[in-house]
Structures are given as structure tokens and as C-alpha cells.
Design a protein around this ligand. Structure first.
Ligand SMILES: C[S@@+](CC[C@H](N)C(=O)[O-])C[C@H]1O[C@@H](n2cnc3c(N)ncnc32)[C@H](O)[C@@H]1O
Length: 270
């Protein structure tokens, strides 16, 4: 057994040697394992690989054959970090050498857009294929050891054993709507909070629930495969409170888009 196992008694961690992806499996929570299987069936084993890659934002695939559109994902993340700096009154402080955590990096567009301001980038994803793709996209343009892929193979809390609690910036875009429940999102927020420095800050994009049927979210995991695009949403005030109960201080909500019910929350860890 290695240090990761000792650090997290509920899980067993192993390292995939060729890819150096940390894998964590939890065996004591069968219901979480079956939820995990259902989500992974969509994001890693979907029968339509082009659909899967397009949905995961792979450079050059589907909608992302338009390279400007793909680069704009990362450019938006870069702008959001600057907005965060403004909200925190850090405009004179350089954005450099940051430890960044993204929950759900997909094809690596955000990591690519932020690579110049960070020294370590942790990506937690349910799909091993997506972690490999993000590493590939970054590979030629970053130093070895820059990208730390973490494969989520159990409950969201399991990843905290693989990420040092030294995160400066955390974020998640276009991912919370793919969670199987609101409760799962709370567990993700708590896991992120557990690896934050006290000075950390970040942004989380959600789909908001304003009563429109399409965005209401699923009632149970049996609906996940058919409705994974619209699986989860929160009323804005509910998510605001949820971030507080997970240990964050919500700062601001912006980019409230009625076209797709997206909203972005800016949070401070203290
Ligand atoms: C729409 S893509 C977004 C990719 C990236 N965040 C972006 O904005 O370009 C959704 C990503 O979330 C990942 N994902 C889905 N459910 C997840 C979960 N429970 N935990 C971590 N990642 C998840 C998918 O594998 C995929 O990589």
C-alpha cells in the first residue's frame, strides 16, 4: 500500500504507470459505485465516440473544429480569473505560479487558456480518455509535471487524497449540470474546499432552475443516460447557500444566461 491509501482509509489508490493518472476506487459504497458506472458509461464509454468528444470539448472535433471557439473557452476562463482578482482587490498582485484545480477538464481547453499563469494544474475527471486528451493538448506546450490528472472513480471526496491542500484557484465550467443530483454537487464543493489554501478563490458555473421544465434536472439515476445534458440544476439562492454550507464565501454571480440557464458563481475560500 502506498501513502495515498494510508492518507485515505476509505479508498484504494493506484497509479496507472504509463499515464501517471491517479486512480481512486471506493469499495465501501456500492450505491456510489453504481452511480459512478452510470456516469462513466456516458463520459468515457459512450457508443458514439464523436458525440462524446464533442460534448467533452475536444479540440478539432464537432463544434470545436472551429479553433477560435475552442480557444475562447480558455480565454473566458482567463478573463474570469482577472474578474476574481478584481473582486478580491488583488489587481496589483501578479497572476503567476498558481496551483489550479479544475473539476471536469474535458478536452483541456481551460487548462490550455490558463497555462501561462499556473505552475501546477490538477484536473479531476470521471473520464480517463478525457484526462489523456487534456494531457495531450497541453503536452507540447507545458513542462513535464505541469498537468496532474486525477481520475474520479468513487465518491467526490475520494480525490482529496490525491491533491495537496495547496490550491490557489479552483473552478468548474459546464460540468455541474452533468452531476447526478444536487447532493452530489454539494459533495464536490466540499471536496474542492478541502484542498484549498485559505487564500483560494474560484468560480463555478451551474445551470439554474427557474421552473422551466427542460432545466429541472433528473429525478433519479435511471434518467441519467437520456438526460445527462440537463441532469442537474439549482435555484440561484439554493446554490448560493450551498456554497456557504460547503465552506465558501460567495462573492458574486454573473453571466446569467437565459438562453441556456447558465450562471457563474465567484467564491472565496475564506
Ligand atoms: C461539457 S465537458 C466540460 C469540459 C470543460 N470544463 C470545458 O468547459 O471545456 C464536461 C466534462 O465533465 C466531465 N464530468 C462529467 N461528470 C463528472 C463528474 N461527476 N466528475 C468529474 N468530471 C465529470 C466529463 O467527463 C467532461 O470532461
Amino acid at each position: 500500500m502506498n501513502d495515498l491509501v494510508n492518507a485515505h482509509p476509505r479508498g484504494i489508490a493506484r497509479t496507472c504507470l504509463t499515464l501517471n493518472i491517479t486512480k481512486i476506487s471506493t469499495f465501501h459504497y456500492p450505491s456510489m459505485n453504481s452511480i459512478n458506472t452510470t456516469i462513466t458509461d456516458v463520459w468515457d464509454r459512450h457508443p458514439d465516440e464523436i458525440y462524446r468528444q464533442d460534448q467533452s470539448h475536444y479540440r478539432g472535433v464537432g463544434r470545436w473544429a472551429d479553433d477560435e471557439a475552442w480557444l475562447n473557452i480558455g480565454n473566458a476562463a482567463r478573463r474570469r480569473v482577472s474578474e476574481l482578482w478584481g473582486l478580491l482587490g488583488r489587481t496589483g498582485t501578479p497572476q503567476e505560479n498558481l496551483n489550479i484545480l479544475e473539476w471536469g477538464p474535458g478536452g483541456g481547453a481551460n487548462a490550455y487558456g490558463l497555462k501561462d499563469i499556473c505552475s501546477k494544474f490538477y484536473g479531476v475527471d470521471i473520464s480517463e480518455k478525457n484526462l489523456i486528451e487534456a494531457g495531450r493538448v497541453l503536452g507540447a506546450e507545458t513542462v513535464p509535471g505541469f498537468f496532474h490528472p486525477v481520475l474520479l472513480a468513487g465518491d467526490p471526496a475520494s480525490v482529496t487524497a490525491s491533491i495537496p491542500p495547496e490550491i490557489d484557484i479552483f473552478f468548474s465550467t459546464a460540468v455541474f449540470q452533468h452531476f447526478p443530483s444536487r447532493e452530489y454537487g454539494r459533495e464536490v464543493l466540499e471536496s474542492i474546499r478541502n484542498v484549498c489554501r485559505d487564500s483560494a478563490a474560484g468560480f463555478i458555473q451551474i445551470r439554474f432552475d427557474n421552473g422551466i421544465e427542460k432545466y429541472k434536472g433528473i429525478q433519479g439515476i435511471e434518467d441519467y443516460r437520456a438526460r445527462h445534458i440537463f441532469a442537474n440544476s439549482y435555484p440561484l439562492d439554493v446554490f448560493w447557500d450551498l456554497t456557504m454550507s460547503a465552506g465558501f464565501r460567495p462573492l458574486y454571480i454573473n453571466a446569467i444566461r437565459k438562453a441556456n440557464n447558465y450562471a457563474t458563481f465567484y467564491l472565496s475560500a475564506t
